[in-house]
Design a protein around this ligand. Sequence first.
Ligand SMILES: Nc1ncnc2c1ncn2[C@@H]1O[C@H](COP(=O)(O)OP(=O)(O)OP(=O)(O)O)[C@@H](O)[C@H]1O
Length: 278
Amino acid sequence: MRAALTIERLTAGYPRRPVLRDLSLPPLSAGGVTALTGPNAAGKSTLLKALAGLVKAEGRVLYGDVDLLRLPLAARADLVGFMPQALPQGVALSVLESVVAAFEAARPDALADADATRRAVATLDRLGIADLALDGLDQLSGGQRQLVSLAQALVREPRLLLLDEPTSALDLRHQVTVMEAARSLAAEGRTVVVVLHDLNLAARWAERVVVLDHGRVAANGTPAQALTAETLAAVWGVAARIAPDPGGIPHVVVEGALDTARADPAGAASPSRNTTAA
Ligand SMILES: Nc1ncnc2c1ncn2[C@@H]1O[C@H](COP(=O)(O)OP(=O)(O)OP(=O)(O)O)[C@@H](O)[C@H]1O
């Protein structure tokens, strides 16, 4: 199935703490990567968790013509792979055991052990971390843990893949490994949504960028449409220059915080420090 993901009037959050209210998004098509970005606490993780069935949600989330919110959890787990921001600590498993367990947790009836193991090794190999297979999860560096968490989400080859900041702890080479993997999974017909704070990584690798702010969609479109100086001022409260690189991909240079953060979307306020978008 090569289906688009459409969100209609999604309301989601935590007990006594609604985060997303009536959020709608036009179809996110399969075949490309969608970057989901926005300031801290904008609701990005909550959105992914709502799609994965991990927080209470109302509205409609259509994958093709299937409403994910009305699918039994086991069927949804088969369709949706979710990579959380952090793996739990204190799990006494090897890397390989943890990836096999992630596979079997969602499909207990599926393959014989040897096939599950072969699938897990192939997934580790795809991410360039087969050499970590026998290491204990608790021996890993932050970046290695992030790659293993991604392997756990990928091993079932879900149609819809939701990755929450998969590159935040990674060095440059591994960022590319992960974004290449995201792109090639999308090219296989999957829908891939990746939370990224790095706007230049988003612009380089995503076909579509959705900016969330205070639980609402503040911008949505191609990187050039969504990542404008006006949006960066209004949503992040920073003064930025956007210059296309020679390949036409927008490059974001953040020049500083606006003194009147969010009050001056036109960028008239003067920047107070110099930084470059990470
Ligand atoms: N388990 C929880 N219970 C109650 N409130 C929560 C819970 N998790 C998150 N929140 C709140 O929901 C809001 C949105 O959080 P969320 O994690 O979705 O933001 P985010 O955009 O992913 O942020 P970040 O970029 O910092 O990871 C925040 O105000 C946060 O405090």
